[in-house]
Design a protein around this ligand. Structure first.
Ligand SMILES: [Zn+2]
Length: 337
């Protein structure tokens, strides 16, 4: 028998009547001064206690029984709600252990969402987004970079055109993704190259200066074309926004989405690409160079030189998956028909 004490409210006044309650033979008995009530269990409803507050038993005719004896109320709830769906919820709510498990599961789901869900969603979105939108993002990024971190190239126009012509010639021999080649000077980014959403490939003057021959420059451009082909920068962009949206959902801080969108250009310029993306771009460059009959070791040569020359981590080409490991296939392979 479950017995407990509480306050009875008659549903008409706010007057509390101290009572004793007992669950006996499938009925709830409530007794107090001048009070003797008996209710079949199907006429009462136990509301789950909120936090440490008292629980409420709803009785017929708007009457309520309030009690702080949560253990007794839980027993009463189990007795009344045998076949009701909310029974499970109450059962779970009443146990701290389940609450902790739920918390851990929530955190894991959130982590998995950020670690795997966002990149997967970004990859899917990158391949379904209209090309116009991708171009807009690329143009926006280039505009911001031209404003803050890039300046017009100091290379002679004839030199720029000669390199562009070589690329056109190679892309006439094999399928290159749609792209636009641009040269820019940048004190901030030094010897560098980057692929923007929409296919714009930017090569810095310092990279052209660092190269010992045009084959090395083409090798770097081929790597960037790999990023273009797989839409890596768009995926990166969407990932940063996707993660932001998830964080906003958790924190309710809408400002951070705007911050992330504004931070895009720097995201593209820092080590934003994952190792998998770099490997994909490398694989594309290797195949491209073999088709173009350019010895792949040229990529290894300039990558090694970039690695030595960069003291900070702001180059796209050096994104730490171990330069030595990355250049190995380029040293081993040369298949020219
Ligand atoms: Zn890269």
């Amino acid at each position: 028998m479950t017995a407990f004490t509480g306050d009875l409210f008659d549903g008409r006044s706010s007057q509390a009547h101290p009572v004793s309650a007992a669950l006996d033979a499938g009925r709830l008995h409530i007794t107090g001064e001048g009070i003797a009530l008996v209710f079949p269990l199907d006429q009462i409803d136990v509301a789950p206690p909120v936090g440490a507050a008292r629980g409420v038993v709803h009785l017929p005719k708007g009457q309520e029984l309030h009690s702080t004896d949560l253990a007794a109320l839980a027993a009463l709830s189990r007795a009344t709600a045998t076949n009701r769906p909310e029974r499970w919820a109450r059962h779970l709510e009443s146990r701290l252990g389940y609450a902790l498990i739920a918390l851990v599961v929530s955190v894991l789901v959130m982590f998995a969402g950020l670690r795997w869900g966002v990149p997967a969603a970004a990859q899917l979105a990158a391949h379904t987004l209209p090309a116009g939108l991708e171009r807009n993002i690329g143009e926006e990024s280039l505009m911001l970079m031209d404003k803050f971190s890039l300046s017009p190239s100091r290379l002679p126009l004839a030199r720029q055109q000669a390199l562009a012509r070589q690329l056109v010639t190679q892309c006439g021999k094999q399928a290159c993704p749609p792209h636009t080649l641009l040269f820019r000077n940048s004190a901030l980014f030094g010897a560098n190259a980057m692929a923007l959403p929409g296919g714009t490939v930017v090569v810095t003057d310092a990279l052209v200066d660092l190269a010992h021959n045009d084959a090395e420059i083409l090798a770097v451009i081929a790597h960037e074309l790999g990023h273009v082909k797989h839409r890596h920068s768009l995926r990166l962009t969407l990932q940063s926004i996707g993660a932001g949206v998830i964080l906003v959902a958790i924190t309710g801080d809408i400002g951070s989405v705007a911050d992330l969108a504004a931070g895009l250009p720097s995201l593209l310029l820092q080590n934003g690409y994952s190792r998998d993306m770099e490997r994909e771009a490398d694989a594309y460059a290797l195949a491209w160079m073999n088709t173009a009959c350019i010895p792949p070791r040229h990529f290894a040569d300039i990558l090694g030189r970039l690695d030595r020359d960069t003291t900070d981590s702001t180059t796209l080409l050096d994104s730490h998956p171990g330069t030595q490991q990355r250049i190995k296939p380029f040293l081993a392979s040369h298949h020219c028909a």
